[in-house]
Design a protein around this ligand. Structure first.
Ligand SMILES: [Mg+2]
Length: 255
């Protein structure tokens, strides 16, 4: 198990891996705090596009976890980075919330409702027919079509409600175009972390969801650790063709 100690960048899913709702997972907290003062960087990697890095930072701090905003990689930050690398200076139409708006503005994008070069779609809990129509018309007029993530549903106290992926599918149906999806299981977020000065051998992706976290790591070509207790149970993981590098009951299995 010495291999575990040689990673330089630990990429951690948040919901179901570090916390559940507003409750920190105690083993995760012990795990994260054990890296204090060591030359190992932790990154928090989430498909949640609604919140800014500052909000995630504050949420983690309420759980006793100190993180800088640079350590937080949301699908909104990744979408803005993707746009910066592919469409610098473009006019962007956005469906989304505070997290996406701030990420796009901080990469210097002008957000417009008319004639965009790019349409970026993230979760928007105030979505309307008008917003969807404007996006569909722009995509039909040739705008690039980018989505923060493809999650079809996400959990709330009431149960599973429509996620961004459901609206992306609606727009794909309406436009006969396919979105470029930036979030997990696509490997973009991990690639943008790698670009900060790591090699793939330095990196490990840890998460509870096989279809997003583990798949992202496998597709990117880095080691992966599945942690039980979240979305995918171990029995389900064991049936998959592509196995994670390690299977943990909890993050205190890290030795
Ligand atoms: Mg998770």
């Amino acid at each position: 198990m010495n291999k575990l100690k040689s990673y330089k960048a630990i990429c951690l899913d948040m919901d179901g891996t570090v916390y559940r709702g507003n409750e920190v997972i105690p083993e995760a907290s012990v795990f994260i705090n054990s890296f204090q003062g060591k030359d190992i960087d932790i990154y928090y990697v989430t498909n949640n596009s609604s919140m800014t890095a500052e909000r995630f930072q504050a949420k983690l701090l309420r759980m006793g976890i100190h993180a800088s905003t640079d350590q937080i990689m949301t699908s909104s930050i990744a979408a803005a980075t993707y746009c910066k690398q592919h469409f610098e200076g473009a006019k962007v139409m956005m469906i989304g919330e505070e997290g996406l708006e701030q990420a796009l503005r901080s990469e210097g994008f002008v957000i417009t409702d008319e004639n965009p070069d790019v349409v970026v779609v993230g979760i928007d809990r105030n979505i309307t027919y008008e917003k969807l129509s404007n996006a569909a018309l722009s995509i039909r007029n040739g705008a690039h079509f980018i989505a923060t993530n493809g999650d079809k549903a996400f959990p709330t106290e009431r149960g599973l409600v429509p996620g961004n992926g459901s609206f992306v599918k609606l727009l794909e149906t309406a436009t006969d175009r396919e979105a470029t999806i930036v979030g997990k299981p696509e490997p973009y977020m991990l690639e943008f972390i790698r670009q900060r000065g790591y090699s793939k051998e330095d990196m490990v992706m840890i998460g509870d969801n096989y279809d997003t976290d583990i798949q992202a790591g496998i597709r990117f070509g880095i080691d992966t650790i599945h942690v039980s207790g979240g979305v995918t149970d171990r029995a389900t993981v064991l049936k998959k063709d592509m196995q994670p590098t390690y299977l943990f009951d909890s993050l205190t299995d890290w030795k």
